[in-house]
Ligand binder design. Structure first.
Ligand code: ZN
Length: 310
């Protein structure tokens, strides 16, 4: 039987980052301003080291290049997904991502970015920004020119366990105090649209207004796809979203669960609880990747997982 691939997370320090990842997951974070944990990543800006002794010296990107059999011989130059945890101690700037076609043309052949958020923790009465209230590209441009940010930006209330799909062209931002798990295409192309007029070392951070206006879709159409759930063994499986670039599901296990994923690979993040995954002890904050041909996975314990696959 194959083993799960265990990865070493890459932490990214950010001015807006905090310490919640240490408090919630016991991570050994590098500073009091840790904004992101790239937990399953083969992106050059944060390529996870592989911890399995049989693949000593490998990173996820070199495993993808040299051991494609672990990924069902999928095609493609880059491992396609990236799993992150984000701790926003401050409001993050409002941003938008291009789609594949725009990124390919204007960003050196990079992937576009489709992402989704699962809220791991947030204060009471918290909200995030998803989408905008302009009815056309012209109105969007006008509202931006007149700095009508409050009227333009669409705020949505959130609580622990809320889930949001964010397609390319959708304005979005996390607000202070929110910790999320993000599943995304492996891309780092972000256009900063609005930064609340803040200064960093006395200077405003660069904005990308022209690119943002070029890629932002107007009017904004909220994503409404009802989740699909079923019971199997002692678990409730919920498909949160299916998109061409990924499927993301949540699994709540209360006892025993087994599953043959039968996928080229599966990313698994333990977002709550603890248990045994084929004899390996896993707890809140663990991330692993099941390779192609893994077979039946068995899980015992009380856990919540967020899983993703192509
Ligand atoms: Zn984003």
């Amino acid at each position: 039987m194959k083993s799960p691939i265990l990865l070493e997370p890459v932490f990214q320090e950010k001015l807006w980052g905090g310490t919640r990842m240490r408090e919630l997951f016991g991570y050994d974070i590098p500073s009091e301003h840790t904004g992101e944990c790239w937990a399953i990543s083969a992106h050059p800006n944060g390529d996870c080291k592989v911890r399995n002794p049989e693949y000593a010296g490998h990173t996820l990107s070199s495993l993808w290049r040299e051991h494609r059999e672990l990924f069902g011989h999928l095609e493609g130059e880059v491992f396609p997904l990236l799993i992150k945890i984000i701790d926003a101690k401050e409001n993050l700037s409002i941003q938008v991502h291009p789609d594949d076609a725009y990124a390919r043309t204007y960003e050196n052949g990079a992937l576009g970015k489709t992402e989704c958020w699962y809220v791991l923790d947030c204060p009471e009465n918290a909200a995030i920004i998803i989408g905008h209230n302009a009815e056309s590209p012209e109105q969007l441009r006008e509202m931006v020119e007149h700095r009508e940010w409050t009227e333009l930006l669409r705020e949505v209330p959130i609580k622990k366990g809320s889930f949001f799909q964010i397609d390319p062209g959708c304005l979005h931002a996390i607000k202070a105090g929110t910790v999320i798990l993000e599943t995304q295409q492996s891309s780092d192309v972000t256009y900063r649209f609005y930064d609340y007029g803040r200064l960093e070392n006395g200077q405003p951070r660069p904005l990308h207004i022209q690119q943002s206006l070029a890629v932002t879709k107007a009017p904004f159409l909220p994503w409404k796809e009802p989740p699909e759930s079923w019971q199997k063994f002692d678990a409730e499986v919920t498909v949160l979203v299916r998109r061409p670039c990924y499927t993301v599901c949540r699994v709540n296990v209360d006892g025993h669960w087994e599953n043959d994923w039968n996928r080229p690979f599966v990313n698994i993040s333990v977002t709550a609880g603890e248990g045994l995954l084929d004899g390996i002890s896993v707890c809140q904050g663990a991330h692993l990747l099941l390779p192609s041909g893994y077979g039946t996975m068995t899980l015992d314990g009380h856990l919540e997982l967020i899983c993703s696959y192509l």
